[in-house]
Design a protein around this ligand. Structure first.
Ligand code: ASP
Length: 343
């Protein structure tokens, strides 16, 4: 069966070339010459049954230049074309790919098609590139109808031989082809010689129409606690600049040093309506406020436990929740598992 796939190239190592200043993204017209199976669809019989459409973000960027405005632009392009394609692929730099994947997962509700993010550790122009395999794998997931694979109606990351839930993923290596991992959630699919899907974990489609809710607040900070850290500067930011949200990366299962400044921070947050979304610094596991006496400070109405959420999902969820909901609604939505981002 024929599938139609929309590929959005946004930049990243996948399409980068060396310049005197370092690696920079090149144009899709150059890149496609290195993708014979897409350029000449007769190359593989099965790719013959796929209709591809390409578009590029303007300008294409190193993903360190992605920001909420870029997330909105990407989402709007997908939303505008949503009804016309069976699946979407976003070629993206790996550095902030997990942030974009998380942000998109919150923006889109009721997805019934795959939105697959991919990229590579070596450019497509390199003889040992991982880009071709990663993109081909993404094509299988996005073009599921042609390959007789069940649909994964989620924002996911296809990298190396893994399909990961986007908002559960983190970049784990600047070097390995296995560049991403999903430490608290099993792979949605594995692309070995055979493709196997983890059906019990994949979100179920529902019959409601897809909804796009953009808007992100940048009035947030992301703070990692370290031994001896004194949050007094953070307290004055909360008091003076009235930031609306803090992702607080605590020790282990939700612990903070015994230091009266932390109590003061909590008081300042309560007074200024600043939400603390508490997470752990450990890639694996979850926070449990109350497990240790050292987490007692976090027992406050201004704190929401992020349980086993990734840093990337915590930050983008907090920005999105603040961007779209009233103060009263925010706590509830942060607490809920809305897109499979936490257990
Ligand atoms: N700096 C690059 C980027 O994120 C790294 C990569 O794509 O692997 O755009």
């Amino acid at each position: 069966m024929t599938s139609s796939i929309f590929i959005l190239y946004t930049g990243g190592t996948f399409g980068m070339k060396k310049t005197k200043k370092g690696l920079v993204p090149s144009s899709w017209d150059e890149i496609i010459n290195y993708l014979p199976a897409i350029k000449n669809q007769n190359y593989f019989d099965s790719f013959n049954k796929i209709e591809f459409r390409y578009d590029t973000l303007n300008p294409v960027v190193d993903s360190s230049d992605m920001n909420p405005e870029s997330w909105n632009r990407i989402a709007e392009i997908i939303y505008k074309n949503y009804d016309d394609y069976h699946g979407f692929i976003i070629i993206h730099g790996t550095d902030t790919l997990a942030y974009t994947a998380s942000a998109l997962s919150f923006m889109f509700n009721n997805l019934d098609k795959p939105i697959v993010l991919t990229g590579s550790q070596l450019p497509i122009f390199h003889p040992r590139t991982d880009g071709i395999v990663n993109l081909s794998n993404a094509i299988y997931i996005a073009g599921h109808k042609t390959f007789n694979i069940d649909c994964i109606p989620e924002v996911c990351i296809c990298f190396n031989d893994d399909v990961l839930r986007g908002n559960r993923s983190i970049k784990v290596s600047t070097n390995d082809f296995e560049g991403f991992s999903s430490p608290n959630f099993e792979n949605l699919a594995n692309l070995e010689q055979k493709i196997t899907l983890n059906h019990t974990l994949i979100n179920k489609k529902n019959n409601n129409k897809v909804v796009l809710k953009p808007n992100f607040s940048d009035n947030v900070v992301n703070v990692t606690v370290f031994p001896g850290y004194n949050p007094s500067a953070l307290i004055s930011i909360v008091k003076n600049q009235k930031i609306e949200g803090i992702v607080l990366k605590t020790f282990g299962a939700g612990n903070l040093p015994k230091n009266s400044q932390w109590q003061k921070l909590i008081k300042a947050c309560e007074k200024n309506k600043t939400i603390i979304f508490a997470t752990t610094q450990c890639p694996n596991g979850k926070i449990e406020i109350g497990k240790y006496a050292s987490s007692a400070t976090l027992q406050s109405t201004c704190v929401v436990s992020g349980k086993d959420i990734t840093s990337e999902a915590a930050l983008t969820k907090l920005m999105w929740v603040i961007g779209n909901y009233s103060y009263k609604e925010r706590h509830d939505i942060l607490r809920q598992n809305i897109r499979g981002e936490m257990t």
